[in-house]
Ligand binder design. Structure first.
Ligand SMILES: O=C(O)C(=O)C[C@H](O)[C@H](O)COP(=O)(O)O
Length: 213
């Protein structure tokens, strides 16, 4: 099986990944509609809720053009589960060797968290060159990422944790950042309130921030 990367999947789409907490599986379609129609086509559905897997498969069915993946993957066995649900990529806050093996076995693009130099080198030795940088706000933010660029020029990051419209461009402007993610793109309270109009408007505003550069 050939392995692609998350950056290749995202391609020219907006480099923004909403980290979605969805309690009600019936919200899958209207939520995806609100985001995709605003220009956010990469959607990370977290496994923090019991509905996570169902939301992934329903979003994939309703929006085949969307790049739907799974987030908060914390156990090796979840990699095959999310693939079976239709996830096109998997994100974890951390990296273990067993999770890296499970992801490689099914060739799913895998974005594990790595924030220290040792974790980054461990990930690279496991063949992982695209990493999540979480929690970015606590772990040194753009200062840390700037330090890492000359040391690990073949590693690219997706910062999450404390990202907002106000600081997203300072991250995306870095040469070793290929996308940025977070809950600010689709806040949990708005999802629970089924406020698709607000969610669409907020997503559109974030896409405009990035388009402006
Ligand atoms: O869900 C996961 O797998 C995570 O690792 C954590 C998320 O990326 C952050 O919770 C997003 O941070 P905020 O945008 O500040 O809410």
């Amino acid at each position: 099986m050939t392995k692609t990367t998350l950056s290749a999947l995202i391609g020219k789409a907006a480099p923004l990944i909403p980290v979605l907490h969805v309690e009600n599986a019936d919200h899958a379609e209207p939520l995806a509609e609100a985001l995709v129609s605003a220009g956010i086509v990469t959607l990370e559905v977290t496994l923090r809720t019991a509905a996570g897997l169902e939301v992934i498969s329903r979003m994939r069915k309703a929006f085949p053009q969307a790049i739907v993946g799974a987030g908060t993957v914390t156990k090796p066995e979840q990699l095959a589960q999310v693939r079976d649900a239709g996830a096109l990529f998997a994100v974890s806050p951390a990296l273990t060797e067993r999770m890296a093996e499970a992801a490689a076995k099914i060739a799913i693009p895998f974005l594990p968290g790595a924030v220290t130099p040792t974790e980054i080198l461990t990930a690279r030795e496991l063949g992982l060159h695209e990493l999540k940088f979480f929690p970015a706000d606590i772990m040194g933010g753009i200062g840390a990422l700037k330090h890492y660029l000359p040391l690990f020029p073949d590693v690219s990051f997706c910062p999450t944790g404390g990202i907002s419209d106000a600081n997203v461009m300072t991250y995306l402007d870095l040469d070793n950042v290929f996308t940025a993610g977070g809950a600010w793109l689709a806040p949990r309270d708005l999802i629970e309130a089924a406020d698709w109009t607000q969610l669409h408007a907020r997503a559109k505003a974030s896409v405009a921030v990035v388009a402006k550069g």
